[in-house]
Design a protein around this ligand. Structure first.
Ligand SMILES: O=C(O)C(=O)C[C@H](O)C(=O)CO
Length: 269
Protein backbone atom coordinates (compact mmCIF):
# COMPACT_ATOMS: atom_id res chain seq x y z
CA UNK A 1 0.00 0.00 0.00
CA UNK A 2 1.56 3.32 -1.04
CA UNK A 3 2.03 6.02 1.60
CA UNK A 4 0.57 9.50 1.25
CA UNK A 5 3.65 10.98 -0.50
CA UNK A 6 3.86 8.08 -2.94
CA UNK A 7 0.10 8.30 -3.61
CA UNK A 8 0.60 11.87 -4.82
CA UNK A 9 2.82 10.52 -7.68
CA UNK A 10 0.56 7.65 -8.83
CA UNK A 11 -0.88 7.52 -12.33
CA UNK A 12 -4.69 7.03 -12.53
CA UNK A 13 -4.14 3.33 -13.30
CA UNK A 14 -1.75 2.92 -10.34
CA UNK A 15 -4.22 4.74 -8.09
CA UNK A 16 -6.98 2.32 -9.14
CA UNK A 17 -4.63 -0.65 -8.66
CA UNK A 18 -3.81 0.50 -5.10
CA UNK A 19 -7.15 1.67 -3.72
CA UNK A 20 -9.99 0.22 -5.82
CA UNK A 21 -11.12 -3.39 -5.34
CA UNK A 22 -12.93 -4.71 -8.42
CA UNK A 23 -14.41 -8.13 -9.21
CA UNK A 24 -15.30 -9.20 -5.66
CA UNK A 25 -18.61 -10.74 -6.75
CA UNK A 26 -18.62 -13.68 -9.16
CA UNK A 27 -21.39 -16.35 -9.16
CA UNK A 28 -20.24 -19.56 -7.48
CA UNK A 29 -17.11 -17.95 -5.99
CA UNK A 30 -15.85 -16.56 -2.70
CA UNK A 31 -13.28 -13.87 -3.44
CA UNK A 32 -11.14 -12.11 -0.85
CA UNK A 33 -8.83 -9.09 -0.87
CA UNK A 34 -6.30 -8.75 1.94
CA UNK A 35 -5.26 -5.22 2.84
CA UNK A 36 -2.33 -3.87 4.84
CA UNK A 37 -4.67 -1.24 6.28
CA UNK A 38 -5.45 -2.33 9.85
CA UNK A 39 -5.07 -5.89 8.46
CA UNK A 40 -8.62 -5.68 7.06
CA UNK A 41 -9.83 -8.39 4.69
CA UNK A 42 -12.85 -7.82 2.45
CA UNK A 43 -14.65 -10.33 0.31
CA UNK A 44 -17.66 -11.28 -1.75
CA UNK A 45 -19.45 -14.64 -1.66
CA UNK A 46 -22.04 -15.70 -4.24
CA UNK A 47 -22.92 -19.26 -3.16
CA UNK A 48 -24.41 -21.62 -5.78
CA UNK A 49 -25.30 -23.57 -3.73
CA UNK A 50 -22.69 -23.15 -0.94
CA UNK A 51 -19.24 -21.76 -0.12
CA UNK A 52 -17.01 -21.92 2.97
CA UNK A 53 -14.74 -19.30 4.51
CA UNK A 54 -11.31 -20.78 3.69
CA UNK A 55 -8.23 -21.24 5.81
CA UNK A 56 -5.51 -18.89 4.54
CA UNK A 57 -1.74 -19.11 4.99
CA UNK A 58 -1.60 -15.28 4.92
CA UNK A 59 -3.75 -15.26 8.09
CA UNK A 60 -1.68 -17.93 9.83
CA UNK A 61 -3.53 -21.03 8.62
CA UNK A 62 -6.17 -22.68 10.81
CA UNK A 63 -9.74 -21.41 10.91
CA UNK A 64 -10.13 -18.02 9.18
CA UNK A 65 -11.70 -16.56 12.33
CA UNK A 66 -9.25 -18.08 14.83
CA UNK A 67 -8.11 -14.56 15.83
CA UNK A 68 -10.47 -12.44 13.71
CA UNK A 69 -14.04 -11.20 13.62
CA UNK A 70 -16.32 -11.03 10.57
CA UNK A 71 -19.11 -8.71 9.50
CA UNK A 72 -21.43 -9.82 6.69
CA UNK A 73 -23.99 -7.67 4.87
CA UNK A 74 -26.27 -9.30 2.36
CA UNK A 75 -26.10 -7.17 -0.80
CA UNK A 76 -28.06 -9.63 -2.97
CA UNK A 77 -31.14 -11.85 -2.72
CA UNK A 78 -32.08 -13.95 0.34
CA UNK A 79 -29.19 -16.00 1.74
CA UNK A 80 -28.34 -18.33 4.61
CA UNK A 81 -25.12 -18.19 6.65
CA UNK A 82 -24.20 -21.17 8.83
CA UNK A 83 -21.92 -20.25 11.76
CA UNK A 84 -20.52 -23.34 13.52
CA UNK A 85 -23.65 -25.26 12.46
CA UNK A 86 -26.22 -22.60 13.43
CA UNK A 87 -28.21 -21.20 10.48
CA UNK A 88 -29.03 -17.50 10.08
CA UNK A 89 -31.36 -16.27 7.30
CA UNK A 90 -30.39 -12.92 5.81
CA UNK A 91 -32.77 -10.81 3.73
CA UNK A 92 -31.46 -7.96 1.56
CA UNK A 93 -29.21 -5.57 3.57
CA UNK A 94 -29.47 -7.64 6.77
CA UNK A 95 -26.18 -8.02 8.69
CA UNK A 96 -24.51 -10.83 10.59
CA UNK A 97 -21.55 -10.88 12.97
CA UNK A 98 -19.29 -13.87 13.75
CA UNK A 99 -16.62 -13.47 16.41
CA UNK A 100 -13.11 -14.73 17.08
CA UNK A 101 -12.85 -18.45 17.69
CA UNK A 102 -15.59 -19.36 15.20
CA UNK A 103 -14.47 -22.58 13.52
CA UNK A 104 -16.64 -22.73 10.42
CA UNK A 105 -18.63 -20.23 8.34
CA UNK A 106 -20.64 -21.45 5.36
CA UNK A 107 -22.60 -19.28 2.91
CA UNK A 108 -25.65 -20.85 1.24
CA UNK A 109 -28.30 -20.02 -1.31
CA UNK A 110 -31.72 -19.54 0.27
CA UNK A 111 -34.58 -21.90 -0.44
CA UNK A 112 -36.55 -18.69 -1.22
CA UNK A 113 -34.48 -18.20 -4.40
CA UNK A 114 -32.81 -15.03 -5.75
CA UNK A 115 -29.11 -14.50 -6.34
CA UNK A 116 -27.33 -14.40 -2.96
CA UNK A 117 -24.39 -11.98 -2.67
CA UNK A 118 -22.71 -11.54 0.70
CA UNK A 119 -20.19 -8.79 1.40
CA UNK A 120 -17.60 -9.73 4.01
CA UNK A 121 -15.31 -7.55 6.14
CA UNK A 122 -12.92 -9.08 8.66
CA UNK A 123 -10.59 -7.47 11.22
CA UNK A 124 -8.22 -8.90 13.84
CA UNK A 125 -9.99 -9.50 17.17
CA UNK A 126 -8.68 -9.98 20.73
CA UNK A 127 -11.76 -11.58 22.29
CA UNK A 128 -14.80 -13.56 21.27
CA UNK A 129 -18.23 -11.94 20.98
CA UNK A 130 -21.27 -14.14 20.22
CA UNK A 131 -22.69 -14.40 16.69
CA UNK A 132 -25.58 -11.99 16.09
CA UNK A 133 -27.97 -11.09 13.28
CA UNK A 134 -29.58 -7.69 12.78
CA UNK A 135 -32.24 -7.12 10.16
CA UNK A 136 -32.21 -3.96 8.10
CA UNK A 137 -35.46 -2.92 9.81
CA UNK A 138 -33.90 -3.22 13.30
CA UNK A 139 -30.75 -1.20 12.55
CA UNK A 140 -30.25 2.22 14.10
CA UNK A 141 -31.23 4.69 11.34
CA UNK A 142 -30.01 8.32 11.23
CA UNK A 143 -31.30 10.55 8.42
CA UNK A 144 -29.00 13.40 7.34
CA UNK A 145 -28.28 15.80 4.50
CA UNK A 146 -30.67 18.05 2.57
CA UNK A 147 -32.10 18.59 -0.90
CA UNK A 148 -30.28 21.89 -1.36
CA UNK A 149 -26.96 19.99 -1.30
CA UNK A 150 -28.29 16.88 -3.11
CA UNK A 151 -27.32 14.86 -0.03
CA UNK A 152 -30.50 13.50 1.60
CA UNK A 153 -29.55 10.08 2.91
CA UNK A 154 -29.90 7.73 5.85
CA UNK A 155 -27.09 5.99 7.78
CA UNK A 156 -27.96 2.49 9.05
CA UNK A 157 -25.64 1.14 11.77
CA UNK A 158 -25.40 -2.65 12.17
CA UNK A 159 -22.18 -3.58 14.00
CA UNK A 160 -21.36 -0.83 16.54
CA UNK A 161 -21.13 -0.37 20.32
CA UNK A 162 -24.89 0.34 20.73
CA UNK A 163 -25.88 -2.47 18.34
CA UNK A 164 -24.01 -5.73 17.69
CA UNK A 165 -20.86 -5.50 19.86
CA UNK A 166 -17.47 -6.30 18.33
CA UNK A 167 -13.76 -5.86 19.08
CA UNK A 168 -12.94 -3.21 16.48
CA UNK A 169 -15.19 -3.62 13.46
CA UNK A 170 -17.87 -0.95 12.93
CA UNK A 171 -20.12 -1.59 9.94
CA UNK A 172 -23.35 -0.45 8.34
CA UNK A 173 -24.62 1.19 5.20
CA UNK A 174 -25.86 4.52 3.84
CA UNK A 175 -28.70 4.92 1.39
CA UNK A 176 -29.21 8.04 -0.73
CA UNK A 177 -32.68 9.26 -1.63
CA UNK A 178 -33.70 9.69 -5.25
CA UNK A 179 -32.38 13.05 -6.48
CA UNK A 180 -29.50 13.03 -3.97
CA UNK A 181 -25.99 12.09 -5.08
CA UNK A 182 -23.45 13.31 -2.48
CA UNK A 183 -22.14 11.23 0.40
CA UNK A 184 -19.90 12.49 3.19
CA UNK A 185 -19.60 16.08 1.94
CA UNK A 186 -18.18 18.14 3.65
CA UNK A 187 -15.75 15.26 4.11
CA UNK A 188 -13.63 14.06 6.99
CA UNK A 189 -10.62 11.92 7.78
CA UNK A 190 -10.20 9.91 10.96
CA UNK A 191 -6.55 9.32 11.61
CA UNK A 192 -7.46 6.63 14.13
CA UNK A 193 -9.29 4.31 11.70
CA UNK A 194 -9.27 2.81 8.22
CA UNK A 195 -12.55 2.94 6.31
CA UNK A 196 -13.73 0.94 3.29
CA UNK A 197 -16.75 1.78 1.10
CA UNK A 198 -18.49 -0.76 -1.14
CA UNK A 199 -20.73 1.07 -3.62
CA UNK A 200 -24.04 -0.59 -4.55
CA UNK A 201 -27.23 -0.06 -6.53
CA UNK A 202 -25.48 1.78 -9.36
CA UNK A 203 -26.37 -0.63 -12.21
CA UNK A 204 -24.87 1.17 -15.24
CA UNK A 205 -24.25 4.42 -13.33
CA UNK A 206 -21.06 5.43 -11.44
CA UNK A 207 -19.71 7.36 -8.48
CA UNK A 208 -16.84 9.83 -8.67
CA UNK A 209 -15.14 9.01 -5.37
CA UNK A 210 -12.82 11.62 -3.84
CA UNK A 211 -9.84 10.41 -1.83
CA UNK A 212 -6.45 11.60 -0.62
CA UNK A 213 -5.33 14.30 1.75
CA UNK A 214 -7.75 17.26 1.83
CA UNK A 215 -5.23 19.64 0.23
CA UNK A 216 -4.35 17.21 -2.61
CA UNK A 217 -7.43 15.18 -3.48
CA UNK A 218 -7.62 12.57 -6.20
CA UNK A 219 -10.64 10.91 -7.80
CA UNK A 220 -11.60 7.37 -8.69
CA UNK A 221 -14.42 6.31 -10.99
CA UNK A 222 -16.26 3.57 -9.10
CA UNK A 223 -18.90 1.24 -10.49
CA UNK A 224 -21.46 -1.10 -8.95
CA UNK A 225 -20.16 -3.56 -6.31
CA UNK A 226 -16.65 -2.05 -6.29
CA UNK A 227 -14.89 -1.12 -3.05
CA UNK A 228 -12.54 1.75 -2.20
CA UNK A 229 -9.91 1.55 0.56
CA UNK A 230 -9.42 4.72 2.63
CA UNK A 231 -6.24 4.98 4.71
CA UNK A 232 -6.62 7.00 7.89
CA UNK A 233 -5.22 10.14 6.21
CA UNK A 234 -7.62 10.05 3.27
CA UNK A 235 -10.99 11.73 2.86
CA UNK A 236 -13.71 9.42 1.53
CA UNK A 237 -16.64 11.08 -0.22
CA UNK A 238 -18.39 10.77 -3.53
CA UNK A 239 -21.02 12.02 -5.96
CA UNK A 240 -22.98 9.64 -8.17
CA UNK A 241 -24.59 10.02 -11.55
CA UNK A 242 -27.69 8.66 -9.74
CA UNK A 243 -28.58 7.85 -6.16
CA UNK A 244 -27.04 4.66 -4.72
CA UNK A 245 -26.16 3.03 -1.44
CA UNK A 246 -22.83 1.99 0.04
CA UNK A 247 -21.66 -0.29 2.82
CA UNK A 248 -19.07 1.39 5.06
CA UNK A 249 -16.79 -0.53 7.39
CA UNK A 250 -14.16 0.78 9.78
CA UNK A 251 -11.53 -0.64 12.11
CA UNK A 252 -8.64 0.78 14.11
CA UNK A 253 -8.00 2.56 17.34
CA UNK A 254 -11.59 3.14 18.48
CA UNK A 255 -15.24 2.45 17.58
CA UNK A 256 -16.54 5.98 18.03
CA UNK A 257 -18.47 6.68 14.80
CA UNK A 258 -18.35 10.44 15.43
CA UNK A 259 -14.59 10.56 15.99
CA UNK A 260 -13.95 12.41 12.73
CA UNK A 261 -11.54 15.15 11.73
CA UNK A 262 -13.92 17.35 9.76
CA UNK A 263 -12.65 19.16 6.68
CA UNK A 264 -14.23 22.45 5.56
CA UNK A 265 -15.07 22.84 1.86
CA UNK A 266 -12.61 25.72 1.49
CA UNK A 267 -9.76 23.46 2.65
CA UNK A 268 -10.24 21.05 -0.27
CA UNK A 269 -7.88 21.24 -3.21
O1 LIG B 1 -23.03 9.41 4.07
C1 LIG B 1 -22.22 9.59 4.98
O2 LIG B 1 -21.91 10.72 5.40
C2 LIG B 1 -21.60 8.39 5.56
O3 LIG B 1 -22.11 7.32 5.40
C3 LIG B 1 -20.35 8.58 6.33
C4 LIG B 1 -19.62 7.27 6.55
O4 LIG B 1 -20.36 6.41 7.32
C5 LIG B 1 -18.30 7.57 7.15
O5 LIG B 1 -17.45 8.03 6.45
C6 LIG B 1 -18.07 7.31 8.57
O6 LIG B 1 -16.75 7.65 8.91
Amino acid sequence: MPGREETEQLTPAELRGSYLVEGLFEPGELRLAISDLDRLVIGGAMPTPSLRLPSLKELGGGPFLARRELGVINVGGPAVVRVDGHEYELGPMDALYAGAGTKDVEFLESRDGGEAALYLVSAPAHKSYPPALVSRAAMQASPLGDTQHASRRCIYKAIHPAGIPSCQLVMGFTELEEGSVWNTMPPHTHSRRTEIYLYLGLEDQMVVHLMGEPERTKSLIVRDREAVLSPSWSIHAGAGTSNYRFVWAMAGENQDFDDMDKVALEELE
